[in-house]
Structure formats: C-alpha cells, structure tokens
Write a protein that binds this ligand. Structure first.
Ligand SMILES: *Cc1c(COP(=O)(O)O)cnc(C)c1O
Length: 238
C-alpha cells in the first residue's frame, strides 16, 4: 500500500533529531497537499519560485503559523517580492543580490533570515559562491546590516557517491566554522541548510540544521510541464 503524506511525515519526523528543522519542499505540490502537511504538523515550507509561491500563499492565508523559505535562485528584479513573501531566503548566491536585498530590507523595514549558497565543488548547473569567492566577499556581506545572515546552503552536484556527498557536506560545515572564527559581527553562521530526499541522512551525519525534503514527503513530482503537454498534443508537433 502506498503511504500517505501524513504517514511519511510522521515517519521522517520521528527519525529526525529534534534540533533539525524540517522544511517541506512544495514546488509543484498542490495546495491541498500543503494543507495535509500542515495538519500533520509541518510549519516550514519551501518553494523555489516566487510566482508559484505567491499563488499558493494567497490560498493559504488561513494557516497562520507558516514560515516560508525561498530555496530557488532569485532574480534581482523579484527581490522585493521575495522579501514580502518569505521569512527565509536560502538561495542568496552572489554579492550583488545580497546588497540589493539589504537595501530593500531597509526600505521595507524587514530583516530577512538569509543563507549564503555555496558551491563546494565546481558545478556549471548551480548558482552560488565558490569557497574563495565567498571568503573574498565576506567583508562586504558583513556590511549588509539589514540582513540576518545565519547560515550556509549547499546542493551537491549530481552523480556523486555517498562518500563524495558526505565530503561536500563536511566541507560546508568546516567553511561555516572558518567564517565564524573571523568574528564578523553581522555574520552569525550557525545554520546549515543541506540535505534533500536522496542525501539528508548524510547531511545529518555532517551536522546539518535544516533539511529540505520534497519527494520523500510528497512523492515524485509530476513531469507534466508545458513542454510535455505541447509535444503530446494531437497535432504531434515536435
Ligand atoms: C527541489 C528541491 C529540494 C527538494 O528536493 P527533493 O529531492 O524532492 O527532496 C531541496 N532543495 C532545493 C533547492 C530544491 O530545489
């Protein structure tokens, strides 16, 4: 028998150390499934697109305790919207974006929680700072006084084995400690946002504080994109 969302959430939570924040990733997941997860006790929800989140949030205003996390790449022209919709932004991946968010946070009188996205290994498919780039930008990030810079976020490249994935997570942890030792007053790097359905146990081993889980809670995401719909149209156009 297929497990329900509620059963999966209960099972995962009972195996997660209590100190780890479980973020349910609901991209391409229906509003009804989000309600089910909320009823099962989830309060942290992650979305990767500002627009998709906006549509869902409008339908979920009766659920008062949700904390929204933006986990996908943020274009600078959507930064103001993102600040209004999300309490956490995990995917701050360059200095210009951080500085833009800082200025907007001042204008909007908000103080968003921020994770800096890092690429521990080179990965052309991902956004984020390399380690040397981040070290270089730390003094300027420290000037972003309206941001609560609280952690590092990472996504390992695809195709790594367990040992390599664990090493990416451990290096992220070491980088967080290295930054903390610099005693930059506005950089309070205590959170690690790492671990998805396939690799969250390795992230726990490496000391993660926030896991971002989608498919393991909600099942495989639908593959039906606009592209697929078009190519299966009766006209059969390729
Ligand atoms: C989709 C996504 C997740 C969740 O991935 P699953 O494999 O479904 O658990 C986590 N983090 C980010 C940044 C994502 O885009």
């Amino acid at each position: 028998m297929v497990e329900s969302i509620t059963e999966r959430i209960t099972k995962i939570r009972s195996n997660l150390p209590a100190s780890i924040r479980l973020i349910a990733v609901t991209k391409q997941v229906s509003v009804d499934a989000i309600r089910t997860a909320y009823a099962a006790g989830i309060r942290d929800f992650g979305e990767n697109k500002v627009q998709e989140a906006e549509e869902k949030q409008a339908q979920l205003q009766d659920l008062p305790e949700i904390t929204w996390h933006l986990i996908g790449h943020l274009q600078t022209n959507k930064a103001a919207k993102a600040l209004k919709q999300f309490q956490w932004i995990h995917s701050v991946d360059n200095l210009k974006l951080a500085q833009r968010l800082d200025r907007l946070a001042e204008e909007l009188s908000c103080s968003p929680n921020i994770c800096l996205q890092v690429k521990i290994l080179p990965d052309p498919n991902k956004y984020g700072w390399s380690i040397p780039e981040l070290i270089t930008d730390l003094p300027e990030l420290n000037q972003c006084q309206h941001l609560k810079i609280k952690g590092l976020m990472t996504i390992p490249p695809q195709g790594l084995d367990h040992g390599q994935t664990l090493s990416v997570f451990e290096k992220t942890q070491e980088l967080a400690q290295e930054i903390s030792k610099k005693n930059l007053s506005n950089l309070n790097i205590q959170e690690l946002s790492m671990g998805m359905s396939e690799d969250y146990n390795l992230a726990i081993t490496a000391g993660t504080t926030m896991v971002r889980l989608g498919r393991i809670l909600f099942g495989e995401r639908s593959r039906i994109t606009h592209k697929n719909v078009e190519s299966s149209s009766p006209l059969g156009r390729k």
